[in-house]
Design a protein around this ligand. Structure first.
Ligand SMILES: [Zn+2]
Length: 275
């Protein structure tokens, strides 16, 4: 990893910088991240509009990269038809293809299934997820994956899809799913919940996973880690996530930062030197 003029050693591999909650002070949020040693941030779209914003932010700020994709919550924005049969909206896929080719787009995401909120019908979620997996494979881009209370279908769709590389972001599933994901070559994205009370089961997963398959992330503005829990999260706080991961590995937070930055470079090609 090339040395960085601002001494960067962390990558926040998952944030939502386009969120309106950053509108009042986005410049300062990104400056604080840099001052904390967070040299790269991957900002993730959730639909076409926020994916476009992610591409714009990546063009605007050094060290910011974009992921473009349609989240499970927004799957109904990318389908036609009705409850008897949903089909993927081809115009939406063409716009996604266009976004995926923009500079500094490093992944398709975040994409997946969410049966906790069920904001979109489940068969629409499955159709849009499966299509984006196929497109990511076709385009040679890694994926940023989301699954909540949908692990069975999530695993089946990934097993049926052409091979893709990627990360299971904000991993909170049971240990057998971690084993499955690691065996398939996926990375585990560890977020603020590693610092919460009752995180022992997650800590155990972190302790047993190969170090070269861990990424750290904030998912900001959501899920602020301890001691910032309850506040608006921001990329600078990925340093706290690194510290908590380090507690489970007998390593300093800075060491976890360097290792996970190298992992992010390996998966996404992101760099921490502002280029
Ligand atoms: Zn997210």
């Amino acid at each position: 990893m090339p040395a960085c003029e601002w001494g960067a050693m962390y990558c926040d591999s998952h944030a939502h910088l386009e969120s309106g909650r950053f509108d009042p002070d986005r410049d300062q949020v990104i400056a604080r991240a840099r001052a904390a040693g967070v040299g790269c941030i991957i900002t993730c779209g959730s639909d076409l509009e926020t994916s476009e914003q992610a591409v714009r932010l990546a063009a605007q700020y050094e060290g910011v990269y974009a992921a473009v994709g349609i989240h499970a919550h927004k799957a109904s924005s990318a389908v036609c038809g009705g409850p008897e049969k949903w089909s993927v909206d081809e115009a939406a896929m063409r716009r996604l293809a266009d976004l995926a080719q923009q500079p500094r787009v490093v992944a398709i995401g975040e994409i997946g299934l969410d049966y906790h909120y069920d904001f979109s019908p489940r068969d629409a979620q499955r159709a849009v997820f499966a299509r984006q997996l196929a497109l990511a494979a076709e385009w040679g881009l890694p994926v940023i994956l989301h699954s909540r209370e949908a692990e069975g279908d999530f695993r089946s769709l990934l097993e049926a899809a052409p091979p893709v590389r990627g990360v299971w972001h904000c991993f909170l599933a049971e240990a057998p799913f971690a084993q499955w994901a690691l065996a398939r070559g996926f990375y585990l994205g560890i977020a603020g919940p590693i610092s919460f009370k009752g995180a022992e089961y997650l800590g155990d997963i972190v302790r047993k996973a190969p170090l070269d398959r861990l990424l750290i992330e904030t998912d900001s503005p959501y899920l602020a880690p301890h001691p910032m829990r309850g506040r608006r999260n921001e990329p600078a706080y990925v340093v706290y996530v690194a510290e908590h991961v380090g507690l489970w590995r007998g390593l300093a937070g800075a060491q976890i930062g360097e290792i996970t930055l190298a992992n992010a470079h390996a998966l996404f090609g992101v760099r921490a030197d502002g280029r």
